[in-house]
Ligand binder design. Structure first.
Ligand code: FEC
Length: 318
């Protein structure tokens, strides 16, 4: 079984920042003020651990797939006779905006003789501004190869019961730390996207709401809400409510404590450490709200088990 595991990618050091940001902007160099502003955000958090976390996710996923790879599929599903995993599983890492790039990962797969693989992004929701762009990069890389590689896509997994359990477990840990759990607000966040994508029929907000709803249902939360974070520095309108505005509104409604869970991001990185732990936390303190941010999934085995389940099911699909 072969897997292409993808994530956003982060610069390894300050010298990578400009080309990284240029890649995010589809080849357009960022103006000096924007670059400085982004550099300031990285300096404020020290370092984004996203690349390291993605690598550990891949190592653990590969270990788990090989550990349990049975000679025959355990469940009969998909085409009959089902395709059993062929030999040891290999997981390749490709990042959308930095290194190893998606192109490098696909080239390495080809070099190793891979002709079929499961492609999955370490983010549960499909968006025209996320998974669709990962797909574009994979397709671009495949075009340059002498032999085809069949990619079986896991496009989203917003309602996977294992994923819901992962998030619910972490919300529960925060509930134990609340002074008055019955009076607290529960907010689920994801990266904002431009409203224009939503108007083109992007399923993203629906999927984010689904994840939030299922986690809340699993925990029996009486109230919950969805907010968006990390909107881009562009003049176009971005999907809201923005987490900071939302925190202010919650305080005005009388809440004293809030639990924030970033369901759009399994891993810790800039948008969690800066946008939530520094910026949103500062807003909460300013208005007098106690904000607890739940632990990220990172490379914890309960999340890796979800990836394994998704990858195995996709591999058995025709
Ligand atoms: O730790 C790190 O260094 C990287 C953190 C990071 C993650 C991430 C995930 C998502 N993004 C999504 C959408 C957009 C859109 C734009 C955009 C821009 C940025 C910039 C940085 C950045 N994003 Fe990101 N995103 C992360 C970081 N993102 C830095 C550029 C500066 C800024 O605007 O803040 C706008 C692009 C444009 O200009 O056209 C749209 C979505 C996700 C969640 C899915 C995924 O993980 O791939 C959606 C992590």
């Amino acid at each position: 079984m072969n897997v292409l595991l993808m994530a956003y990618g982060t610069p390894y050091g300050p010298e990578d920042l400009e080309p990284y940001y240029t890649d995010i902007r589809r080849g357009k160099k960022p103006p000096h003020e924007l670059l400085e502003e982004l550099q300031g955000r990285y300096e404020a958090i020290g370092k984004s651990p996203l690349n390291e976390i993605t690598l550990v996710q891949a190592i653990r996923l590969q270990a788990l797939l090989n550990l349990e790879a049975p000679p025959y599929p355990r469940r009969l599903q998909g085409p009959f006779p089902p395709r059993a995993p062929q030999g040891p599983a290999r997981v390749y890492v490709g990042t959308k905006h930095w290194l190893p790039s998606i192109g490098e990962a696909v080239a390495a797969m080809h070099e190793d003789g891979v002709r079929r693989a499961v492609a999955i992004v370490a983010a549960p929701h499909y968006s025209l501004r996320s998974v669709a762009e990962y797909k574009e990069k994979v397709e671009q890389a495949l075009k340059g190869l002498p032999d085809p590689i069949e990619m079986v896509w896991v496009e989203s997994y917003e309602a996977h019961p294992g994923l819901i359990a992962c998030y619910a477990r972490r919300v529960e840990e925060a509930i134990w730390r609340l002074r008055e759990p019955k009076k607290a607000a529960f907010v689920f966040t994801a990266h904002s996207i431009p409203v224009a994508a939503v108007e083109r029929g992007d399923p993203y907000p629906r999927q984010v709401e689904k994840t939030a709803e299922l986690v809340a249902k699993r925990l029996g939360l009486p109230r919950f809400s969805v907010a968006y974070q990390s909107a881009g520095r562009t003049p176009e309108p971005w999907l809201g409510p923005d987490i900071n505005e939302h925190l202010r509104a919650l305080k005005e409604e009388g809440y004293e404590e809030v639990v924030v869970t970033a369901v759009g991001f399994p891993a810790d990185h800039l948008e969690v450490f800066y946008d939530l732990d520094l910026e949103a936390q500062a807003t909460a303190q300013e208005v007098g709200l106690r904000l607890l941010r739940t632990r990220s999934l990172n490379a914890d085995l309960d999340y890796i088990q979800v990836l394994k389940d998704l990858v195995e099911a996709a591999w058995l699909r025709s």
